[in-house]
Design a protein around this ligand. Structure first.
Ligand SMILES: Nc1ncnc2c1ncn2[C@@H]1O[C@H](COP(=O)(O)OP(=O)(O)OP(=O)(O)O)[C@@H](O)[C@H]1O
Ligand SMILES: [Mg+2]
Length: 394
């Protein structure tokens, strides 16, 4: 057992999502912008801030991690220590758990019960002051925090700087798939300015090709992936401009090839990897939906196209067209809204309320687990299957 040595994968860790490559291809501009924004911190310990915004898999998290590590190394080489903490707000989603997490960075044994948020903030402030080091807090997926009305934490952290003396200071990097300038403004009349947005566009096909090549070089046995297969994977991933999908494709294709005898990743391995990634996404959840909700979800997926989110009004417009196509009566707004809420509970989509530039608040629908186009394709094939047309399972 285990005597067969790996013929394809040289270092599997390099394909994990936690891995932070030494060099990020095609994110040089964002790294430079972060360098500009954080120069006052690196040179004088003064607090800085940035918002990283862009859709799924555009490298926001990995860029923030790379930047913090590089900045720490750079400052250390100049004899200045900088602390940084990366917090995923989807996991630590309350003010209490975030403050506790930061506090634990300074005091491993700090108990998580028996202290109010205010107590912990006081303790944290003392820790930062006595460390005499700048602290950078990265709030990843900060939209989850803001959505849950845990805004005070941003204000509280910014207030630390009012009477702390540099180099003791708190800087903030906030990351989100959605623009959150309004919410941040609401959250704090703070020094964290909205002008400091760093945008992450979707990767182009050629950029994805370079990311695939770089990662294959690090993770795979040399020549295990031919240039043709790299092209094919880039073509598959291009539609979504999502590097996470590209890396997942390498990982799956390599695992499939490892079981075969070719000693390299074939084009068919790449295609099978693609099929595998989508075959298990939400399929059972879709089967569980009734006809009315399937139509609503199809409309949302079509309306979303390649955008990361769609307004409920735009989704309803497409819904009317979809119902007509499938010869069904379109339900009224309140009913459509109920479908959306049901599907949010099932984890098929998410809703957020945004303030519009022209005033008013609008609900936006987004989905994270599956590209909308792929979801639409799946729903269409379920809806077109006569066996599944009108049973009501949900
Ligand atoms: N420019 C790049 N060079 C190398 N690898 C990259 C690059 N951009 C992204 N990746 C890799 O792609 C994957 C997804 O990137 P990351 O997690 O940073 O995306 P994200 O923008 O944070 O997405 P999400 O909004 O879903 O959290 C990670 O494995 C990351 O290492
Ligand atoms: Mg991320």
């Amino acid at each position: 057992m285990f005597e067969r040595s790996s013929t394809i994968i040289r270092d599997g860790g390099k394909l994990s999502f936690e891995y932070v490559p030494k060099k990020l291809v095609h994110r040089e501009e964002q790294m430079r912008r972060l360098e500009t924004l954080f120069r006052p911190l690196a040179e004088e310990g003064r607090p800085c801030s940035a918002f990283l915004a862009g859709s799924v898999g555009t490298g926001k998290t990995v860029t923030a991690r790379r930047f913090c590590e590089d900045m720490r190394d750079h400052c250390a080489s100049k004899g200045k220590a900088v602390e940084s903490i990366h917090i995923n707000c989807r996991i630590k989603n309350t003010e209490h758990s975030i403050i506790h997490h930061i506090l634990r960075h300074y005091d491993q044994g700090h108990p998580d019960r028996g202290f109010s948020a205010a107590d912990m903030l006081r303790a944290l402030r003392l820790k930062i002051e006595s460390s005499s080091r700048p602290l950078v807090v990265v709030l990843d997926e900060v939209d989850v925090l803001l959505k849950n009305s845990n805004r005070d934490i941003i204000y509280q952290l910014s207030r630390f700087n009012e009477d702390m003396r540099p180099p003791a200071s708190v800087s903030l990097i906030m990351i989100s798939q959605y623009s959150m300038a309004d919410k941040i403004d609401e959250a704090s009349a703070s020094s964290f300015k909205r002008a400091n947005t760093v945008k992450f566009d979707r990767y182009t096909r050629d950029e994805l090709r370079d990311i695939i090549e770089a990662r294959a070089e690090e993770a795979l046995v040399s020549e295990a992936m031919s240039p043709d297969v790299m092209d094919l994977l880039a073509d598959i991933a291009r539609e979504f401009g999502d590097a996470r999908l590209a890396i997942e494709l390498i990982e799956k294709a390599a695992a499939i090839a490892e079981e075969g005898d070719a000693g390299r990743i074939t084009a068919d391995d790449a295609r099978s990897a693609n099929a595998m990634i989508y075959s298990n996404v939400s399929e059972s959840k879709l089967i569980d939906l009734d006809m009315k909700r399937r139509l609503a979800l199809l409309a949302i997926a079509r309306a979303m196209k390649k955008d990361s989110a769609v307004s409920i009004t735009a989704a309803e417009r497409t819904y009317a067209v979809v119902c007509e196509e499938y010869d069904q009566a379109a339900r009224k707004h309140t009913q459509f809204w109920t479908y959306v809420q049901d599907m949010e509970k099932m984890g098929l989509l998410e809703t957020t309320v945004r303030n519009e530039a022209e005033g008013g608040r609008v609900t936006y629908i987004s989905m994270q687990d599956i590209p909308p186009k792929e979801l639409a394709r799946k729903l269409e094939s379920i809806l077109d299957d006569p066996a599944s047309s009108d049973e009501c399972r949900y």
